[in-house]
Design a protein around this ligand. Structure first.
Ligand code: RIB
Ligand code: CA
Length: 310
């Protein structure tokens, strides 16, 4: 079976960690590398978190540090959700895994330029690394099979009423990606807020009884607690792994072609993904925007993903 080649660009982040877990052992995914970006926490934290996750799960996947700053705006983080380390909760063994020496942006450029096979870019953090790669080497654009991102919303944001974190944290990078001309699947808050990790889900995954399920439970204990404190959710919305689930089985999502523009000009709506749901503007759609999720199928995929680990 042909596996989908992906580069996973992320800002671990509790939900990014689950995305790594889901991609790491899937028979349908060829995880070429993980590139890390500042987002949920500073790059020092997110890169360490990514290494801890791949080490804990025993994944032989190279990890590259990317950009520690957005392209233009000032840096923002999400410590209220992910904690001071960016992955508060789990206690990891002493870290022995090392970063690759190559910069994450250079890894993205080199891998795409050298590949004869299509590669899907999956981004679950601010899109700085991909945006910078596209600007540094425009020839990679035609080599990108599809950009599958967790980010944005055609309804309300989660940082401002208009904007979601991954986009507002580097709206300029998102603008570069959304205007690249490549196929885009946008997994926004509109569907991720339906994948709430209730205590019953945590209990279900705990029963898998392996190192991956223990990591999942330890992650969710913190993630769900902070989501309840900040948003009042009874379960944390497990945003990022939905991108990987979509690549494993696209029927997990219902998408709708829309013209989506990133607002980098206004003040109150800066960072909004303006998605023309009804096609008012008669502009060519540039994104398949997720409008619904099969939540039961998603949690089944998470459990199946956990069971692939020893
Ligand atoms: O808004 C949710 C997104 O921002 C998720 O990717 C989360 O990990 C943070 O990066
Ligand atoms: Ca993330």
């Amino acid at each position: 079976m042909d596996r989908t080649k992906i580069i996973l660009d992320c800002d671990p982040g509790h939900d990014d960690a689950v995305a790594i877990m889901l991609a790491g052992k899937s028979p349908k995914i060829d995880l070429l590398g993980i590139t890390v970006v500042a987002g949920n926490q500073t790059l020092d934290n997110t890169q360490r978190n990514a290494l801890n996750v791949v080490q804990c799960l025993g994944l032989d996947v190279p990890v590259y540090a990317g950009c520690g700053q957005p392209m233009i705006r000032e840096k923002m983080t999400a410590g209220d959700i992910h904690g001071k380390t960016g992955l508060d909760g789990p206690v990891f063994e002493p870290l022995t895994r090392k970063l690759e020496p190559e910069h994450g942006v250079n890894f993205i450029i080199r891998t795409l330029m050298e590949s004869n096979d299509p590669i899907t870019m999956v981004t679950t953090g601010p899109m700085t690394n991909l945006g910078m790669a596209i600007r540094m080497e425009p020839r990679i654009v035609e080599k990108i099979q599809r950009i599958v991102l967790m980010g944005g919303a055609y309804t309300n944001g989660n940082v401002t009423p208009a904007a979601e974190f991954n986009i507002i944290a580097d709206a300029d990078a998102a603008y570069v990606c959304f205007t690249s001309g490549r196929p885009i699947t946008m997994v926004g808050l509109d569907v991720t807020r339906k994948a709430l990790c209730y205590p019953s889900i945590v209990e279900r995954m705990d029963k898998v009884g392996n190192k991956a399920s223990k990591l999942f439970v330890d992650l969710m204990k913190h993630f769900c607690k902070s989501q309840k404190e900040v948003f009042g959710w009874e379960g944390g919305p497990l945003h990022d792994p939905i991108t990987v689930a979509y690549l494993i089985d696209p029927t997990v999502l219902t998408t709708k072609p829309m013209h989506a523009e990133i607002d980098i000009r206004s003040t109150q709506s800066y960072g909004r993904t303006n998605c023309d749901y009804f096609g008012y503007q008669k502009k060519e759609p540039n994104a398949d925007v997720a409008i619904d999720i099969d939540v039961e199928k998603f949690w089944n995929m998470i459990e199946e993903g956990l069971r692939l680990y020893s």
